[in-house]
Structure formats: C-alpha cells, structure tokens
Design a protein around this ligand. Structure first.
Ligand SMILES: Cc1ncc(COP(=O)(O)O)c(C=O)c1O
Length: 390
C-alpha cells in the first residue's frame, strides 16, 4: 500500500470528519453513568438537542447505529400486521421497508426511479384509497444518502393533511439532520430518526428518535415486541438524568461539544453552508460534462452529490484511483447504482477549501481513470464559492 502524508480526505456521505474539538471532548475518562456528573451532563444535553431536531418534545438517544433508530421508530408505534406506506427513493428507503417487513408489518413500497424524492401525490392517492384507515404509518427518508435526493417532507405532510388521514409520519433524517433544514414540530412529523455520524460530526454509535405527542399516544397501544428499544423506560430514566442501561458516555461528551459548535455557527448558517457546497459541487459536475443523479431541481441535496458516469465507465474504478493517488474516500454506488455512480459527501465539518480540495481530487481522478470530461469543473465551483462568500 502507498504511504500518504497529510490528512486523509473522508468525503463519503457519512461517517463524516470528526472535528478535533469533538475528538478531544471524547478523549476524557469515562465517568460513572449513575453519578451526579453524568446526571448533570444528561440534563444539559437533552434540552440542547431539541433545537437541532426543531422540537420541544423529547428526543430519545440510543447507543446504536441509525438502523437501530429505524427499528425503534417502528416497534414503539406499530402493531403486528399494521400497514405501512413507504416510497422507494433509493437504497436506504428500500432497506427501511425491508426491516419493517421483517418485523411483521405489511409494507407497501411505492416504486421509484432512485432519481426523485417521495412523491406527495402518489402518497395522497394511496391515502385517499384507504378509506378504512388501515395505513398506520407513512415512512419517508428525508435525504436519500444513496442518491443525493432530498424529499419534500412538508409537501408529504400537506398531502396527508389534505386527505385527513390519521397515519403517523415517520421520517429518517440520518443524512440531513444538522445539515439540511428540518423541523420536527413545525412539519408535523411524529417520529424523527437520526444518527450521530453525519451532520452531528460524531463517530458512529448514537441513534435518535424525536417523538411527537401523537407518537407517544400510539406507543401506549403499540404491540410489536420491544424491550431494548422501548421509549418508556428511557424517558422515565432521562427525567432523573439517567439511562436504563449503560449509555455511550464518551459519545455523549462528544455530542455536547458538537452541539456547542453547531450553536456557535448557528443552524441557519449551517444549512446555508451545506446548500452552497451542494450548488458548487453541481456546478463542477456540470462543467465536467457529467450528470448529477438527482433529477428534480427542487430536491438537490445539500449534504451529498451523486455523480452518474457515462456508459462504459466504472465508478468504482474512479474511486479506486482517487483513493490510491490522492488518499480520498468517496461514496460508492449502492444497490442498483453500484458501479454507475459515485457520491461526494459535503456534509458535517467542512468548508470552502475542503470542498475545493475534494473537487480537485475528483477532477484529477476522473482524468486519470480515462473518463471523458471537460476542463473547468473546479474553476466553476471556485467561482460560485467566491461569489457566494461575498
Ligand atoms: C438515510 C440513511 N438511513 C439509514 C442508514 C442506516 O444507518 P446505519 O448505517 O447507521 O445503521 C443510513 C446509513 O448511511 C442512511 O444514510
């Protein structure tokens, strides 16, 4: 293996680069999770977490990956055989639907082309036809990490309201939270699912559920088996600054620091930064003469961009060349997109010059891998960054 100097460029769309401040905060001695110092940490953390989700309601924290938080959202609100409506926006929406089926739920996955977000009209049609209100939940992946497409959650909510349908709205924000504007309370979301390893700038290992009053009411009657994921013992313990089982103490130290960083920058500025970086990346891709996978101008992701390669070119070969020559990791094409797209992560702890370096590596890698490209992609991005910064 080649030896590289300098820092590795981790430009996959999560896990993302962990800021030094967060790393330092985590490298502290683990404390007694039943002691007063830990209780003070929990009492500080929980209220500080709400604004990131846009909620004044409780947020449950799990020592888990995002998949655990997916499962938690379902087992806490639904019963065996309940109907669930989901949209096939990409690999992660498909995996969530598969997980739901595995739990004994009756899932309808509205087919999609993996280039668009959840279609509010298609959801409205299914809900309108469901006169008996057999559908108990609508699941939406806010930002499809496999495609770089952001679904319009408020439009989905409006479609549900227009049909006066009582289904719960469950939203996966694993690659949008703290990167793309998101409002749990204002948008009427019932359960928001999140993870630590993307916009929150932490290592993998924490999962989250933000819970509406309606979701908590559904929880009281839900009959899917649950134990580890059960919200009730967690919410009860949280009230006294504790958890019902050993929490991921050092990740919580990191979370406190990451929330402080997000507050210092301000969430609106964080969202605007991600949008600028998305726009600059698309400017580069288009100047190279390549295609962005997302096919709807309203749905471009601020946290990642998936780039389609021309027929006959292997996206994994481009990624291999870039890793070997420039020590940069890019996201692979997932599921049916394997080999045809690569994904540029521009989320989390990231700035204009990190993006400039990232796009320079991509441009050189495309040329070295023999992908026909026009020059000027990096220049197009720099121009946009310079102007947008004025
Ligand atoms: C949108 C989305 N949902 C769910 C997951 C699964 O999360 P995890 O891999 O942390 O279990 C991911 C992982 O990247 C994701 O991007």
């Amino acid at each position: 293996m080649t030896t590289h100097s300098g820092r590795h460029f981790l430009q996959i769309p999560g896990p993302t680069n962990v800021p030094d401040r967060v790393l330092r905060a985590m490298s502290a001695p683990t404390i007694d999770h039943r002691g007063p110092e830990f209780a003070a940490l929990v009492r500080e953390l929980l209220p500080a977490l709400g604004p990131v989700f846009g909620t004044e309601r409780p947020v449950v924290i799990y020592p888990s990956s995002g998949t655990g938080a997916w499962e938690a959202a379902l087992v806490n609100t639904l019963s065996p055989g309940d109907r669930v409506l989901a949209s096939e926006t990409g690999h992660f929406a498909t995996l969530w639907a598969k997980l739901a089926t595995g739990l004994g739920l009756d899932v309808e996955l509205i087919p999609g082309d993996w280039r668009h977000g959840a279609d509010p009209d298609a959801i409205a049609d299914r809900l309108a036809a469901d006169e008996e209100h057999a559908i108990k939940a609508v699941c939406v992946v806010h930002n499809e990490t496999s495609t770089g497409v952001t679904s319009r959650v408020p439009a989905v909510r409006a479609a549900m309201d227009a049909e006066a349908h009582p289904a719960l709205l469950l939203v996966d924000t694993i690659s949008s939270l703290a990167s793309i504007d998101y409002r749990h309370d204002e948008w009427g979301v019932d359960v928001t699912v999140a993870g630590s390893q993307k916009g929150l700038m932490l290592p993998p290992g924490l999962g989250f559920n933000a819970v509406s009053a309606k979701a908590l009411a559904a929880h009281a009657d839900a009959r899917l088996p649950r134990s580890y994921w059960d919200w009730t013992p967690i919410l009860d313990a949280n009230a006294s600054g504790a958890f019902p089982y050993t929490p991921a103490t050092n990740l919580l130290f990191g979370l406190r620091e990451a929330l402080a960083m997000l507050n210092e920058e301000g969430l609106p500025a964080v969202f605007a930064r991600h949008q600028r970086h998305g726009a600059a990346t698309r400017a580069a891709v288009r100047a190279w003469g390549l295609e962005v996978l997302c096919a709807d101008e309203r749905e471009h992701s601020g946290s990642l961009t998936a780039v389609l390669l021309p027929n006959g070119h292997d996206a994994d070969e481009v990624r291999r060349v870039i890793l070997e020559r420039f020590d940069m990791s890019l996201g692979s094409g997932l599921g049916r997109l394997a080999g045809t797209v690569f994904r540029i992560g521009h989320l989390g702890h990231f700035n204009d010059l990190t993006l400039a370096g990232t796009l320079s590596g991509v441009q050189m890698g495309l040329q070295l891998a023999g992908v026909p490209t026009k020059p000027g992609g990096v220049e197009a991005a720099l121009e946009l960054l310079r102007e947008a910064g004025e």
